[in-house]
Every structure is written in structure tokens, then in C-alpha cells.
Design a protein around this ligand. Sequence first.
Ligand code: AMP
Length: 221
Amino acid sequence: MNPFRLLLLGAPGAGKGTITKKLRSVVPNLQSIASGDLLRQEIQQKSKLGQIASKYISRGMLIPDDLIISLVTGHIGKLSKDEVARSWLLDGFPRTLHQAIALDSVLGPRGQNLTSVIELDVPESAILGRIETRYVHVPSGRIYNSSYNPPKVRGKDDVTGEPLEKRSDDNEQTIIKRLNDYNTKVKPLREYYKEKGLLTTVRGDTSDIIFPQVVEHLEKL
Ligand code: AMP
């Protein structure tokens, strides 16, 4: 597989984190930047940005573009030359057209434009069924699910043994708002990346069905 610079698009709960984890098993040294993980780490560290972000996140609202743009592009800027030359992916950013344009203005001059955008298209019924049983290890972003992907020890991260958390925004009311928001905001993003010839959509109810399609696509790049 050639090195890729990938954006994973998909509704909340579509399995972007799980696909990232599975990709790590076939792409050594894959770097991933998940905007939601970065924000949750800021909240855990009680930083100023974290305090602002938590108000938006707990209400299922997107945080303002300027804050998230500087957070994520700052992290991309911290990747070493070697890391940039290898494969990396973005999860959860960009989420608006404004963010996508800002991202391109950072990547373009460095000759690091995205090489592919894959949208995970998962039926809402499947998403709603599993999101309430989702748990996260905040420092690493590792995701578990108490029904079909439980940790080895209940409530603890497999790697560090640290406690898992339920996300404050993983409740039915907030999810419905986030899904509606996603469906509205993703339309101009899809158009933007379609016009650039970068967009591919993969469909399925579970990550086990979606993952082989993602790999097949990346192998063709
Ligand atoms: P996620 O883990 O990707 O579902 O993100 C959790 C929450 O963080 C979202 O519901 C938003 O409130 C916020 N967030 C994450 N990424 C972004 C983004 N690119 N733009 C604005 N808000 C974001």
C-alpha cells in the first residue's frame, strides 16, 4: 500500500475510530489525528480551550471553526518529517466547508494535500443501537463497546488499565442532534471533495463489513 493522507468522513458513531484502529494493524506507524480526541484531552487537562469546548460538546454543538482549525492544524504541524512522509489520517476534522478550505491552505503549500476522502455510510438505526454502549479511554482515544467489543477488565483500558469513560454527548437526545447536524454539514463537504475527485463512499452496518472496502480502496491509490 502506498503512503496515504486520508480524511475519514462519517456520522458520529459510524465507526471512524474503529476503522482507524483496524487500519493500524495493516499500516505500521499510521498517524491519526482525531479532533474529538484532541478536544477530550484538552477537557481532561482542564485547559482554557477544554473549558470552552466542553460547553459546546455536551450540547452536541460544533465548536467554533477558528478554535478547531488552530488546534488541528497545530497538531498536523507537529508531525515530524518522517511521520508526514508516511501514512496519516484525519478523523472528525474538517467538519465544515470553512474548515476544509482552511485545511487545504495549510496542506497545499507543503505539498501534503489529502490523497483520499472516504465516507463511512452506516444506517442511523445501526448507529443508534450501539452508541449508548460506547466507552472511551480519553488519553489514547481507544474505543470500546460493552456489548460487542468489551475491554478485558470491565471499565478499564486494555493497554494502560486506566478507567474508561462514557462520553457526556453519547446519549440519545444529543446523538439525534449530532446526526442531524452531520447530515446538513456534510453535504457541501461531499461536493467539495467530489469535485476534487477525492471522495469514495463505503457502506455497511458494521465495521467488519466496511473495513475490507476501505483497505481495497487504499490499495488502489
Ligand atoms: P467526535 O469525537 O468526532 O464525535 O467529536 C465530539 C465533539 O467534539 C463534536 O460533537 C463537536 O462538539 C466537537 N468537535 C469535534 N471535531 C470538531 C470539528 N471539526 N469542528 C467542530 N467541532 C468539533
